[in-house]
Design a protein around this ligand. Structure first.
Ligand code: FE
Length: 223
């Protein structure tokens, strides 16, 4: 099969399932090769050192949805922290020892309520708050999700198992190279009195992307 020169960009819009670079081994080889070539160029041009590149890879690999869950749990437990997280995410995250890359992308934290539900997508490629959640799931990068999340967000969310009532407004946020989004899911009913650590167990990766709600205390055997 042929590999487009600029995969993921300038797509001609047709609707096929085998999006380049998502599933096939030979294309993983292509991407690995391309990444290595880009890394060599960055070093050769003096833009960054191999150590700096490895450092960035290590930082992303060290992050997982558990980090995001810790942030959400703190926001649920501490109204002041929540207000800061929504208004100045960087300052709030610093309080928990997380730092975002100094330059771009910026992070925006959006709150889901019983009236407004946010769904995050990157229609162009796979932009994702990696500095907080680690690497995105494969489905997030799929053409199916990237296209359908915009056209039929309710349908997509419903396929993930969450049916939103008509009274809930759904807002789709398209991530970019400059701006990433983290969803602050609704605090589940029945979670009053739970410790921050227990609350964090209710926060799933999917709930921070907006394709699901947080787990109920009953679901984790805590209710
Ligand atoms: Fe992207």
């Amino acid at each position: 099969m042929t590999i487009p020169e600029t995969p993921g960009r300038g797509h001609d819009g047709h609707d096929h399932e085998d999006h380049p670079g998502m599933a096939h081994d030979e294309e993983m080889g292509y991407y690995a090769l391309r990444a290595r070539a880009m890394e060599a160029l960055l070093v050769e041009k003096g833009i960054c050192s191999p150590d700096e590149i490895q450092g960035m890879v290590d930082r992303v690999e060290a992050r997982s949805p558990a980090d995001g869950a810790r942030v959400v749990a703190r926001a649920w437990a501490d109204p002041e922290f929540k207000a800061l997280l929504l208004s100045d995410p960087e300052a709030a995250l610093a309080q928990l020892g997380y730092s975002l890359p100094e330059t771009t992308p910026k992070l925006d934290v959006v709150e889901n309520t019983d009236k407004l539900h946010h769904l995050v997508v990157c229609t162009l490629c796979s932009c994702y708050p990696r500095a907080l959640l680690g690497r995105p799931p494969d489905w997030y990068k799929s053409l199916a999700y990237r296209s359908r999340a915009v056209v039929d967000p309710r349908g997509v969310i419903s396929e993930f198992g969450l049916d939103l009532g008509d009274e809930v407004e759904v807002r789709v946020l398209d991530s970019t190279a400059d701006l990433r989004y983290l969803v602050l899911p609704r605090r589940p009913k029945g979670s009053e009195g739970m410790s921050e650590e227990q609350l964090a167990e209710l926060v799933t990766r999917d709930s921070m992307i907006g394709v699901a709600n947080a787990r109920s205390p009953q679901a984790v055997g805590a209710g």
